[in-house]
Design a protein around this ligand. Structure first.
Ligand code: NAG
Length: 340
């Protein structure tokens, strides 16, 4: 098992970080991949989160991208997280689909965004050739694109648990309407979900990072168009709760939201404003709505041992909302316990 990389790696050039990623990627027996991405030398980490974006620049995608570039520069970001629905309407047709360049490479052109992008799949991605979107061949076209079904990124202070949420939602299986979902490697649903939850639970239990963040495409709690995803509340939330996950970050609803759970410390953040937005729907739920913005934008997260700072921005780069959580300091080496 690869040992933790030294802090000095944080100072390495981007190319070297990519090489490092490749060298330290390890997988559990069932295929859950773990990547290491060292924090900055001062132990902090900054990143941007965007979701629901791939529309060849339209619906303000390019404006959001431009502001992400500026904020990314200012915060000296380490990487970008995509909460899925990377390519509309129906994912990629293959590894040679021009949409990959037209919606990704040619849009997120700022220097500060030339960092690894960790991406999950959304339901729209599942309507295309999923194996193409997951293919490492895409990295030959644009080396930033690190898209996997479910995986872990270990940054020393934070463990990020990326979760493939589309297979959870029953209606895509039972009532696909005229859409075709690419379930290769996923069906049968129940077995896939059971294995995924078991692997996540084991990985979360082994994690001793100070912060634990789960990322998925679908909403857990949302006051917008799609609302809550009841399969995730039933099946995934208990695993997050029992393992002390601090934040769940998602897209799917095309807006920006912060909701606090009333019965656990978990905070829900929706960053799904990467392109088409303005649904005009607001349906309160029983959790505590802290912030809701129906338009386009994105989120930043700056985090160190003691504090996590979240900020939402609109298409002009205006700060819409800020929220911080601090954790009392306790000294614990944030190593990831590896299997014998
Ligand atoms: C682009 O953003 C502006 C400012 O928020 C908004 O007024 C406009 O409706 C947006 N355009 C689209 C197509 O959503």
């Amino acid at each position: 098992m690869a040992r933790r990389s030294s802090r000095a790696c944080a100072a390495m050039a981007t190319a070297a970080v990519f090489a490092l990623l490749a060298a330290t990627a390890t997988a559990t027996a069932s295929g859950l991949v773990r990547l290491e991405h060292p924090a900055k030398s001062d132990g902090s980490l900054s990143l941007l989160v965007v979701g629901d974006w791939g529309r060849k620049g339209t619906y303000n995608q390019s404006r959001v991208a431009e502001q992400m570039g500026k904020v990314g520069e200012k915060l000296n970001i380490d990487f970008v997280i995509s909460t899925g629905d990377n390519f509309y309407e129906d994912g990629l047709t293959g590894v040679d689909d021009q949409a990959f360049e037209e919606s990704f490479t040619d849009i997120y052109t700022a220097k500060s965004l030339q960092k690894p992008w960790y991406l999950v799949l959304g339901n729209h991605d599942y309507r295309g050739d999923v194996l193409a979107q997951l293919s490492p061949v895409l990295r030959k076209i644009d080396q930033r694109f690190i898209c996997m079904r479910s995986f872990i990124v270990n940054t020393e202070i934070v463990d990020f648990f990326f979760i493939d949420t589309t297979p959870f939602q029953l209606k895509y299986w039972n009532r696909p309407k005229d859409h075709h979902y690419d379930w290769r490697g996923v069906a049968p649903r129940q077995k896939y979900i059971a294995n995924l939850l078991k692997d996540m639970d084991v990985a979360m239990k082994k994690s001793t990072a100070k912060w634990k963040i789960a990322v998925g495409h679908h909403t857990m709690r949302s006051v917008s168009d799609h609302g809550d995803t009841k399969e995730l509340l039933q099946l995934l939330l208990p695993v997050l709760k029992v393992n002390g996950i601090d934040f769940y970050i998602n897209g799917h609803d095309h807006c920006l939201e912060h909701i606090s759970s009333r019965d656990s410390p978990i905070q829900y953040f929706t960053s799904g404003g990467g392109s088409k937005a303005w649904r005009g729907v607001l349906q309160p739920n029983s959790d505590k709505l802290q912030f809701f913005y129906d338009g386009q934008g994105f989120m930043s997260l700056q985090i160190n041992q003691d504090q996590a700072d979240f900020i939402f921005y609109d298409v002009s780069g205006n700060i819409l909302y800020k929220w911080s959580k601090s954790k009392p300091n306790y000294l614990q080496p944030s190593t990831y316990i590896t299997e014998a």
